[in-house]
Ligand binder design. Structure first.
Ligand SMILES: [Zn+2]
Length: 205
């Protein structure tokens, strides 16, 4: 059994990609595509890859400035630091490695991370690299394709978690992911913080 955690809105209290696009890029795109505004049961009308590429292309600020701002704003969900030491989870994110690693370092967290890559942060707008195979289930380069080949306990909250959650043997879900799983009749355990997950996993919270 491998514990796999989504990052934005799951480990972080607020979606950190939404935060930086609102601050440094086009906030209207966040209003159009963020998990809070999309239909809980339907696929997006465009690919998630298109959303991420389009949102980040509106940021023309150097990475180090964005990271410095993000470190001031980001808040981690209660119980994460204890859980990560005990369970050594895999962090699996559609966000950028370069926006997650500095937060982990800031909090002294060592964890395996799979995320996308920022390849340019110049004044023409951020450009990113999304690797991976096209998923036969959802038709995207989704996080299901990046899951380890073992039984998975998945923890998530949003759109990008739909496909990998359905490939997992146990799901902890909140917010949009929980509403989506309700709509397809899939079983999950709701959670508010990582103390609850630790307790549910049968260990002392
Ligand atoms: Zn998929």
């Amino acid at each position: 059994m491998r514990l796999v955690l989504d990052w934005d809105g799951t480990v972080t209290v607020a979606d950190s990609m939404d935060l930086i696009v609102r601050e440094f890029g086009d906030a209207d795109l966040v209003d159009r595509y963020s998990d809070a505004f999309i239909d809980d049961s339907k696929p997006l009308s465009v690919t998630l890859q298109h959303v991420i590429e389009t949102e980040l292309a509106t940021i023309k600020t150097p990475l180090d400035e964005v990271v410095a701002w993000l470190l001031e704003k980001v808040e981690l969900r209660s119980g994460f630091l204890d859980l990560v030491e005990r369970e050594r989870p895999l962090l699996l994110s559609s966000n950028l490695r370069q926006l997650i690693e500095p937060v982990l370092e800031h909090y002294g967290v060592e964890a395996e991370l799979i995320a996308n890559e920022l390849v340019a942060d110049d004044s023409s707008g951020w450009r990113i690299q999304i690797d991976g195979e096209i998923c036969p289930v959802c038709g995207e380069r989704c996080k299901r394709q990046k899951l380890p080949a073992e039984e998975i306990i998945y923890v998530g909250n949003g759109y990008s978690d739909r496909c990998p959650a359905l490939a997992s043997s146990r799901i902890f879900a909140r917010c949009g992911l929980a509403r989506y799983l309700d709509s397809v009749g899939a079983a999950y355990e709701p959670f508010g913080d990582f103390h609850q997950i630790a307790a549910a996993l049968g260990r002392v919270a």
